[in-house]
Design a protein around this ligand. Structure first.
Ligand SMILES: CC(=O)SCCNC(=O)CCNC(=O)[C@H](O)C(C)(C)COP(=O)(O)OP(=O)(O)OC[C@H]1O[C@@H](n2cnc3c(N)ncnc32)[C@H](O)[C@@H]1OP(=O)(O)O
Ligand SMILES: CC(=O)C(=O)O
Length: 549
């Protein structure tokens, strides 16, 4: 594998996509525009924790929210000043220009921005004349006065002012002169950066490119880009803007944001750094990007998107056998960068699409050197294909695949910690018990310490079976007390057969340090669950280094 993505022959900038400037400011708005995402509700503690992670990533600016408008955001700035020790980022408070007919020093909303004590203030201003007239219900001159007065006032108080020109691209296409007048007014009043916003998110990269090129030629000062993803082009539009001369890019981690979200900041930065050769983040944060993106998902309580570029769990996961056979020669042949550059890992997926190279590489990932073991590789590949045809799925159940591989390595014998004599479950409904249904299971098995018979109760037959199995084993293998079933998924594979269909069960187990997934297949849910449950215990014991007792 190449040591750095930037050195990979595959990661060279494509002509026309290099940034026009080699330093691009990175401005994160996860805590403000990201928080505008449907269903997201961040506490002040959440915001402080995310801000610390963003600083670790190395962004230049963290927009913390809108003090004065949202009480939690007012509190965030008060606490951030005392509790955050930012090494890289400057905090930005977001708000709007003063109201029509008002002066900034009399406008309570502008005063709240001042009182936040954030060193940077980002003002949203209308730059589309239609919004000025219809939403603000004022005229173009008054809006320019509001921009000039508010920017000048805040700059006079020593703040770095960023002006977010809302609806800029739509406004520019409708009335170019007015949109340009807003940008010029902000620069003349002392704004450090004017950010051209695709607020409705409907632009396409060549439109953005053309507009930014023209604005750059017509004005003097640093331009930024703030793109929403309604046309699916937020990242592409941000890159197009930077290539056309914008020196500041706004976005959110994981692309959170209003409606379809904002430009995914990590994708933008990774593209700019690794392909465009720009300097964006302070420090080595990019190499930690996957961990940071996932940590932020934990805080927002929104499951990470596996297929997210660069940082997604599937971003460097390879399933097709032909891909694996080339990757065995050189990973660059099927990867656009070295995953290490963004703190991610290459993974091999074993499935019906696997070839012998996939099995060899997966084996290597699991710590087995299978190189040159041609017969074994053929046997395992055949077993995987047959099992997948019967309903198993190993790309979602690494632990079950490892047990299959170990069995083949050991002459077809699966690892044996116990021998099952029998198991059974029953479900009972008793009249007069408030509709309650009781489940009970009995498991009979043998370990080296003798014959064990245990009964378990549960809120369903699988739960009862799990309890009975654990009860039967815990005396011999106390280690299993730490194993916890954390996810359980059932899928009907042949739905046309109704209740006779094949059932697949996937189980995820954790011991508090790592988690592992196992699969079971059967004509009924309990049989399939039993297989996944026993695999999960066997794998857990093997990985604890436990010998059969
Ligand atoms: C494109 C973006 O995403 S910008 C960020 C948007 N974020 C938010 O709106 C979240 C926080 N917002 C809020 O808490 C509230 O909307 C507040 C506190 C800002 C305003 O609340 P209210 O005073 O009740 O006003 P309301 O939300 O109904 O309307 C917004 C007002 O701001 C005015 N306004 C809108 N944009 C601007 C601007 N750039 N400059 C000055 N005034 C503006 C509108 O004309 C309207 O004024 P009006 O009350 O005189 O009609
Ligand atoms: C400022 C902002 O969030 C927008 O225009 O989309």
């Amino acid at each position: 594998m190449s040591s750095a993505a930037a050195t990979s022959g595959l990661a060279r900038p494509a002509a026309g996509h290099e940034p026009a400037t080699d330093v691009v400011q990175v401005y994160d708005t996860t805590l403000r525009d990201g928080a505008q995402q449907e269903g997201m509700n961040l506490s002040v503690a959440d915001k402080l924790a995310i801000a610390a992670l963003l600083d670790e990533l190395g962004v230049g600016y963290i927009e913390g929210g809108w003090p004065g408008a949202i009480p939690k955001d007012t509190e965030f700035f008060a606490r951030a000043a005392k509790e955050l020790d930012l090494r890289h980022a400057r905090l930005a408070a977001f708000g709007s220009t003063c109201k029509a007919g008002a002066q900034p020093h009399d406008d309570p909303q502008v005063q709240a921005l001042v009182e936040s004590e954030a060193p940077v203030v980002t003002l949203v201003a209308k730059s589309d004349i239609r919004h000025v007239e219809r939403a603000l219900r004022t005229d173009g001159q008054e809006n320019l006065r509001m921009i000039a007065a508010t920017v000048r006032y805040l700059v006079g108080l020593g703040r770095e002012v960023v002006l977010d020109a809302e609806h800029f691209f739509d406004g520019y296409r409708y009335d170019r002169d007015y949109a340009l007048a807003c940008v010029r007014t902000a620069f003349e009043a002392g704004a450090a950066t004017v950010v051209l916003c695709d607020t409705n998110g409907g632009m396409l990269p060549d439109w953005v490119s053309q507009v930014v090129t023209e604005v750059r030629a017509a004005t003097d000062g640093r331009l930024g880009i703030h793109a929403h993803n309604d046309s699916g082009c937020a990242v592409a539009n941000s890159l197009a803007a930077v290539a056309a001369g914008a020196g500041h890019v706004q976005g959110t981690v994981n692309g959170y944001g209003e409606r379809t979200g904002n430009a995914d900041l990590i994708t933008c930065v990774a593209n700019l750094e690794l392909k465009g050769g720009a300097r964006t983040l302070a420090g080595d944060g990019l190499a930690e990007a996957s961990r940071i993106a996932h940590a932020i998902s934990e805080i927002t309580n929104i499951s990470p998107y596996a297929r997210q570029p660069y940082v997604g769990a599937s971003a460097f996961a390879h399933k097709a056998g032909l891909h694996a056979s080339a990757i065995r020669v050189d990973p660059d042949l099927y990867q656009h960068i070295d995953p290490v550059a963004v703190g991610n890992d290459m993974r091999m997926l074993v499935s019906e699409m696997a070839g012998r190279a996939s099995i060899e590489l997966k084996g290597r990932e699991l710590g087995f050197d299978l190189a040159g073991q041609s017969e074994l590789l053929t046997r395992v590949t055949t077993r995987v294909k047959e099992a997948e045809a019967a309903g198993y799925t190993y790309d979602a159940a690494d632990a079950s695949f490892e047990l299959l591989l170990r069995a083949e390595l050991d002459g077809g014998r699966p690892p044996r910690f116990f021998d099952v004599e029998s198991w059974r479950t029953f479900v009972e409904h008793r009249p007069g018990a408030d509709g309650q249904v009781d489940s009970e299971a009995t498991v009979k098995l043998r370990t080296g310490q003798g014959r064990m018979i245990s009964t378990g109760e549960g809120n369903g037959p699988v739960n009862a079976l799990d309890h009975a199995l654990r009860a039967a084993l815990v005396g011999t293998y106390p280690e299993i007390e730490d194993f916890e079933l954390i996810d359980y998924k059932v899928r009907i594979l042949d739905s046309q057969q109704g209740t006779d269909a094949i059932i697949r069960v996937l189980i995820e187990t954790s011991d508090g340090h790592e988690s592992w997934s196992t699969v079971g297949v059967g004509t009924n849910i309990i049989e399939a669950s039993w297989e996944a449950l026993t695999d999960s215990i066997v794998w857990g014991l093997l990985h604890r280094g436990v010998e059969p007792r």
